[in-house]
Design a protein around this ligand. Structure first.
Ligand code: DGP
Length: 117
């Protein structure tokens, strides 16, 4: 069972901000921005490629609701998914990082080590 499933089941505490039948959102324990929320599916799926489209829709809907609740719409925010080893995914349970509350640095062209040919 993933650590995030334990949070869903209230076996581990978390600072929750939004929940519906399909998703849960809570504050990241190690925030990388003034606002750093994790949005996760309630079904435990490790990687994006194994997630069904309906749940993906619910995840983005949850992002919308969280952003509205935290009044991020006007200033904007970033959504990031670290998927798999190259992306540095640490928790094997799909999660969207919602980052905001400050002017975020650009991530374009962050890694030029391997350019597409
Ligand atoms: P990633 O590298 O994309 O797999 O990010 C995993 C994130 O999960 C990382 O930002 C820290 C966060 N995290 C890990 N364990 C816990 C936990 O027990 N509670 C909370 N709130 N966040 C956690």
């Amino acid at each position: 069972m993933s650590i995030f499933t334990k949070i869903i089941n209230h076996e581990i505490p978390a600072n929750r901000v939004y929940e519906d039948d399909y998703t849960l959102a809570f504050h990241d324990v190690d925030p990388q921005a003034p606002i750093h929320i994790l949005v996760i599916p309630k079904k435990e799926v490790a990687h994006l490629q194994d997630l069904d489209g309906e749940t993906m829709t619910h995840l983005l809907f949850a992002v919308q609701q969280v952003a509205k609740k935290l009044k991020l719409d006007e200033r904007g925010y970033r959504v990031v998914i670290n998927n798999g080893a190259d992306a540095g995914q640490e928790v094997p349970h799909v999660h969207l990082h919602l980052l905001g509350g400050t002017k975020l640095g650009h991530i374009h062209h962050q890694d030029r080590t391997h350019t597409a040919s």
